[in-house]
Design a protein around this ligand. Structure first.
Ligand code: NAD
Length: 319
């Protein structure tokens, strides 16, 4: 099973490394406009093969993506300290006008997972190219808030002393400043979070909630301030999504995909819980949210929609 990765920078190469560590797929192909970088990353990651799983890792041109079941798109410029994800929008939209048609031509049957930021807008752009190319619906989606949801679950799990695998709940909306930590969706052991806490004699105070919200929402900013970029967490999250697609696991993940309407905002791409399998996004679920979370989701959807309007005005999208 072949997995392509376009953009062999920090996110792309860490994704390749994460796939190798998990033993996902049988062949990884790295494509980058900087061919030397891709070749060196492939060599370096390939040297971990004898210690991990028997995959092949190589660098190639777009032609090398032929027959790939999944292609991860991590090409683009990353945000720098002090920049928001939206600040890199224009440059990445221009890069996508080149990258996405090349991927669709080389691997027309692949599922495309978009990770470049701002990931919701970039996914909207990629889906527009895919539709113009005649690709089936659902085949192109973004990593969205998969990592944010995992961070949210992990922080609550640590707070209440339960394995995060048994803590369920979602971060919805934009992967970015306006994302919505949907506390109302949190459940543990079949109980809403508050009921579980009462049962255990635990409390999550308003102050705890504010701290968790900040830790999830601003995690990337803090890491970028400290080390210049984020890549391990997102690489692991993408490897998990690729595994889901290759194995047709039908997992419920908060990936980014276009919706005709979200909380009254039309034609917008963001994260909701979605069923993900071998053909990409198979279904979307709309949790019944309380008024404050619905309002926050509408605000988040409007923020993404405004950025999409900006790209549409720039002429970097097919009709
Ligand atoms: P990076 O600069 O390390 O790597 C980007 C790579 O893209 C470079 O190797 C560059 O040569 C390549 N590239 C640029 N234009 C290209 C083109 N036209 N064709 C082929 N390759 C091209 O950056 P990074 O840290 O790996 O980040 C990559 C993207 O991922 C950024 O947009 C970043 O904001 C985003 N990101 C997303 C998440 C997430 O959670 N979704 C997390 C971190 C970073």
């Amino acid at each position: 099973m072949k997995v392509g990765i376009v953009g062999a920078g920090l996110v792309g190469s860490t994704t390749a490394y994460s796939l190798l560590m998990r033993g996902v797929g049988s062949e990884i192909v790295l494509v980058d406009k900087d061919a030397r970088r891709a070749a060196s990353e492939a060599d370096d990651i390939g040297h971990a093969v004898p210690f991990t799983h028997p995959l092949t890792v190589r660098a190639a041109d777009y032609d090398g993506l032929e027959g790939a079941q999944v292609v991860v798109v991590a090409a683009g410029v990353p945000q720098k300290a002090g920049q928001s994800r939206m600040d890199v929008l224009g440059r990445n939209a221009a890069i996508f006008a080149d990258v996405i048609p090349s991927v669709l031509n080389a691997a027309p049957d692949a599922v495309l997972i978009i990770t470049s930021n701002p990931v919701d807008v970039m996914t909207h752009v990629a889906v527009r190219f895919a539709r113009a190319h005649g690709a089936p619906e659902g085949r192109v989606f973004g990593s969205g808030t998969t990592l944010d949801t995992a961070r949210f679950r992990q922080l609550i799990a640590t707070r209440i002393g339960v394995d995060a695998q048994h803590v369920h709940g979602y971060v919805l909306g934009e992967h970015g400043d306006s994302e919505v930590l949907a506390w109302s969706t949190m459940s543990v052991a079949g109980m809403p979070l508050d009921e579980f806490c009462r049962h255990r004699g635990a409390t999550i105070s308003g102050c705890d909630r504010a701290g968790i919200d900040d830790a999830v929402r601003n995690a990337a900013y803090r890491i970028i301030e400290g080390k210049g970029a984020t890549y391990y967490g997102v690489g692991a999250a993408i490897a998990r999504i690729v595994d889901t697609v290759l194995g047709d696991h039908r997992s419920v993940l908060t990936v980014s995909y276009p919706d005709a309407d979200v909380a009254g905002v039309p034609d917008v791409t963001l994260s909701l819980p979605r069923l993900v399998g071998g053909d990409g996004v198979l279904d979307t679920f709309r949790p019944d949210l309380p008024e404050d979370e619905t309002t926050a989701l509408a605000t988040s959807a409007s923020a993404v929609r405004s950025a999409i309007d900006e790209v549409e005005a720039s002429g970097n999208l097919p009709a």
